[in-house]
Design a protein around this ligand. Structure first.
Ligand code: HAM
Length: 425
C-alpha cells in the first residue's frame, strides 16, 4: 500500500481517462454556446452565510454536509456545496443583468459535500450547470430542460427518464404545508426522528428521507400538484406544452421536491437506470425568489446541475465509445549522441507545426524506444541516428502498417501532416 492515498470520497481522473472527460466537457460547452449561454467561473469557497441563509437550514446539505471552516482571519468559509447560490451572488454583485433581459450563464465547477461515499456519490464531484436569470416565461424552462436533454443525447446517453413536477410558490405552499402536516401528524409515531423534526420545521423536506418506512408512509401523502394556485398551474401546463413541442419526453412525478429550499414552480430530475441507488444524473428547477433574497431586484430564474462523475459512469456502463483521442502523432527515436541536438530541434519544429510529438529522455535503446512509442500510441516514429542527422534525412515509420520510408527533414512535417489527414478520412 502506498503511504498516501486520495481522501475518502474523492477520486483521481487518470491520464488514461481524462481525454474522455475533456470530450464530454467540451460537448457541454459547445451546446451551451449554441443555446446562447456564457461561462461564469466563481470561487471554490464562499462566505458560509451565502449557503446557510439561502439553501435552507433544514436541508441535508446545510445541516450535515458542508465543508465549513474558519480561515486564518477568523471568517467562516464554506467550500461550494452547489453552484446556484454562488452564481446568483456573482450575478447580483456584478450586475450581470444590466442591459440583458435574460442573463444566461453556464459553469463547470467542483462541488463539495460531506456525504457517506458510495457508488456514484463523492465528497468532491463536478457539476456542469446552467442558470438562466431574468424571465418567468415557461418557454425558458423548456429551453433549459431541452439543453440538458440535448447534452445527454449528444454524448450517447439516450435512455434517461426525465421526472417533472411543480412545487408551486410561496402563495400556494401554506395550504399544502398544512395538508401535509395534518397528514403526517396522524402517523407521527411511524416517522423517523429526523422526519418528526422536519414535520415541525420544514415538512416538504420529509420527502428527502431515505428511510423505507417514511417513504412508504409518504407514498399516500397529499401532493403539491393538487394545491397549485392558478398562476403556477398555468405555468406548469405551459412548460409541458413547450416540452411536447420540442419532443422532450417526461414523466410527471408529484413527489419530486429537490433538495434545496430555494426552488419554486418547475422542478426536474434526469434519472438513469444504469446508476443504482444514486440514479440522479442531473436536476434543477426554478428559483424565482433567490435573486431578491441575495439582495438583487426581484428576478425569476431557472437552472440545472449535471453530475459529471455520474455521466462518465453511465457512459462506461453503456459502453459508449467516445471519439476522444489522446494518442501521440509522432515519437522521435534518437540513436547515438551526435543525433541528440538535432533531435531536440526536430521535436520542437514538429510541435511548432502543431503535430503532437514526444521523445525519449532516458537514453534507451532503439528497441525500447520503439516499445515506448507503441505504449504512447504514437502513429509514426521518426528515427534519427547519426547518419540521418548528417544527411538531413530521417526514417519515418508508420506504426500501423510497419512501412518505413526515408524523408528529407525539410519535408517531414508536411509528409506527416498529409498522412495524418489521410488516416483521419
Ligand atoms: P443537486 O440535485 O443537488 O442540484 O445536484 C445536481 C447533480 O449533481 C445531481 O443530479 C447529481 O448528478 C450530482 N451530484 C450531487 N451530489 C453528488 C455527489 N455527492 N456525488 C456525485 N454527484 C453528485 C444542485 O446542486 C443545484 N444547484 C442544481 C441547480 C442549478 N438547480 C438550479 N440551478
Amino acid at each position: 500500500m502506498p503511504e498516501y492515498s486520495a481522501p475518502r470520497g474523492t477520486r483521481d481522473v487518470l491520464p488514461s481517462e481524462s481525454a474522455k472527460w475533456q470530450y464530454v466537457e467540451s460537448k457541454f460547452r459547445d451546446i451551451c454556446h449554441i443555446y446562447g449561454y456564457r461561462e461564469l467561473r466563481t470561487p471554490t469557497f464562499e462566505h458560509t452565510e451565502l449557503f446557510t441563509r439561502n439553501l435552507g437550514e433544514t436541508t441535508d446539505v446545510v445541516s450535515k454536509e458542508m465543508y465549513t471552516f474558519e480561515d486564518r482571519g477568523g471568517r467562516s468559509i464554506t467550500l461550494k456545496p452547489e453552484g446556484t447560490a454562488p452564481a446568483i451572488r456573482a450575478y447580483v454583485e456584478h450586475n450581470l443583468g444590466a442591459g440583458l433581459p435574460v442573463a444566461k450563464l453556464y459553469y463547470i465547477t467542483r462541488v463539495f459535500r460531506y456525504e457517506r461515499p458510495q457508488a456514484g456519490r463523492y465528497r468532491e464531484h463536478t457539476q456542469l450547470g446552467v442558470e438562466a436569470i431574468g424571465s418567468l416565461d415557461p418557454a425558458l424552462d423548456a429551453e433549459v430542460i431541452s439543453l440538458a436533454a440535448r447534452f445527454y443525447s449528444s454524448i450517447g446517453i439516450r435512455d434517461l427518464q426525465l421526472k417533472l413536477n411543480s412545487i408551486g410558490c410561496p402563495k400556494c405552499r401554506p395550504a399544502y404545508r398544512q395538508a401535509l402536516v395534518d397528514f403526517a401528524k396522524t402517523r407521527v409515531d411511524n416517522l423517523c426522528p429526523t422526519c418528526q423534526i422536519r414535520c415541525e420545521l420544514n415538512p416538504l423536506r420529509m420527502f428527502d428521507c431515505k428511510s423505507p418506512e417514511c417513504q412508504e408512509l409518504l407514498a399516500n401523502a397529499p401532493v403539491l400538484l393538487d394545491y397549485l394556485g392558478e398562476e403556477c398551474r398555468a405555468h406548469f401546463e405551459s412548460v409541458q406544452a413547450y416540452l411536447q413541442d420540442l419532443s422532450v419526453q417526461y414523466n410527471l412525478d408529484p413527489r419530486l421536491v429537490r433538495g434545496f429550499d430555494y426552488y419554486t414552480k418547475t422542478a426536474f430530475e434526469f434519472v438513469s437506470g444504469e446508476l443504482g441507488a444514486q440514479n440522479a444524473i442531473g436536476g434543477g428547477g426554478r428559483y424565482d425568489n433567490l435573486v431578491e433574497e441575495l439582495g438583487g431586484a426581484p428576478t425569476p430564474a431557472i437552472g440545472f446541475g449535471i453530475g459529471l462523475e455520474r455521466v462518465m459512469a453511465v457512459l462506461e456502463k453503456l459502453g459508449v465509445d467516445l471519439p476522444a483521442d489522446s494518442s501521440l502523432a509522432v515519437f522521435v527515436a534518437v540513436v547515438g549522441e551526435a543525433a541528440r541536438r538535432p533531435a531536440v530541434r526536430l521535436v520542437s519544429d514538429l510541435r511548432m507545426a502543431g503535430i503532437s510529438t514526444d521523445t525519449d529522455y532516458t537514453n534507451r535503446s532503439l528497441k525500447s524506444q520503439m516499445k515506448l512509442a507503441d505504449r504512447l500510441g504514437a502513429r509514426f516514429v521518426v528515427i534519427l541516428g547519426e547518419t540521418e542527422a548528417a544527411s538531413s534525412t530521417v526514417v519515418l515509420r508508420d506504426m500501423a502498417t510497419s512501412e518505413q520510408i526515408m524523408v528529407p527533414l525539410a519535408n517531414l512535417s508536411t509528409t506527416i501532416y498529409t498522412r495524418l489527414q489521410k488516416k483521419a478520412e
